[in-house]
Design a protein around this ligand. Structure first.
Ligand SMILES: [Zn+2]
Ligand SMILES: [Zn+2]
Ligand SMILES: [Zn+2]
Length: 317
């Protein structure tokens, strides 16, 4: 067994424990090794960490700098040797490497890229596919209609389209894209600051399990759907944990950048059993979020039954 296989098996085991739910599968490990999985490529808000101009404790002494990449997921399918990436972040080259290192064969770039919206942490990594960088050929980029128009009509993104570095494929809300016979991704609209594009979350379904990915959303109350109902319908939920609580950004009005505070999400799930709380994997943390640098806040969250998405973590689908 190679070192990588051993590491894979160990992490796979960990992944199974970490994601065990009341709907947990009875698969043997050999089934799981062949099964597709989600690989977490990053967990930080758009602007990353260390955050520009921040000399506070959150950014001045970071023990695990290497792990602080911007929020993104990969779907990896060892059987077909394909991988797809959800959101092209400013850390895209390193994250692309993380994903392709999972496979023994396969392409140098993703089989497809799915975009949630046009804020800097979610699409600007596309620039690395252009002439100054990879100069790729027709990488499928799945985007909603406004996002698609934004990329086609504004440089430098329009050059990626003109030079066929990327091939835009239009998403339709609530309409699934089949990646393989047993993996599919479905976008759904969520309320957010939609200056340049609409914003979507994704539902990812594999042969055994399913997951939600909602890195950015306004307050849960401004969404027509119930996050509790949505979490009940999946095995894992990678959801917006940009800010922990009110008052986190002294001198800035947090009403201009509304997100569900972690404490508000916890209130909504307060009376749910641990088997439901365990499905929540908080992601997209702002550099100011104490979950990133305060062990006691982090431990208290875990004791309450919730999880934080881990960069490099694998979650079988
Ligand atoms: Zn974001
Ligand atoms: Zn900071
Ligand atoms: Zn955003």
């Amino acid at each position: 067994m190679s070192n990588r296989s051993i590491i894979y098996s160990l992490i796979c085991c960990f992944g199974l424990v970490a994601c065990s739910t009341e709907r947990g599968s009875n698969n043997s490990r050999s089934d799981v090794q062949d099964a597709p999985y989600i690989l977490v490529l990053g967990t930080i808000q758009d602007a990353g960490s260390p955050h520009i101009g921040c000399d506070k404790i959150c950014c001045s002494d970071i023990p695990d700098k290497a792990c602080r990449k911007v929020s993104s997921l990969a779907i990896v399918d060892p059987q077909s040797n394909h991988y797809w990436i959800l959101d092209a972040t400013p850390d895209f080259p390193a994250q692309n490497r993380m994903a392709r290192n999972e496979l023994s064969e396969g392409g140098l770039v993703p089989t497809g890229i799915f975009l949630t919206h046009a804020h800097i942490g979610h699409y600007t990594g596309l620039m690395y596919l252009g002439r100054e960088a990879k100069g790729s050929q027709n990488v499928p980029v799945y985007a909603m209609p406004r996002m698609d128009s934004f990329l086609r009509s504004n440089g430098p993104w329009s050059q990626l389209v003109d030079l066929n570095n990327i091939e835009l494929k239009r998403l339709k809300a609530d309409s699934a894209v089949q990646l393989t016979p047993d993996i599919r991704v479905t976008p759904f609209l969520v309320p957010h600051r939609d200056e340049y594009s609409e914003t979507v979350g994704f539902r990812i379904e594999g042969p055994n399990k399913s997951a939600l990915f909602i890195p950015d959303i306004n307050k849960w109350t401004s969404w027509e759907r119930s996050i509790n109902d949505e979490v009940h319908q999946v095995d894992l939920a990678f959801i917006d944990a940009t800010f922990y609580s009110e008052g986190e950004l002294p001198g800035r009005s947090m009403s201009e950048i509304p997100h569900p505070f972690v404490v508000e999400t916890r209130q909504l799930f307060e009376h749910e059993p641990d088997s439901i709380k365990n499905r929540i994997q908080f992601i997209h943390l702002n550099h100011s979020n104490p979950l990133l640098y305060n062990d006691s806040v982090q431990n208290e969250l875990k004791q309450a039954g919730y999880r934080m998405a881990k960069s490099g973590g694998r979650y079988p689908l």
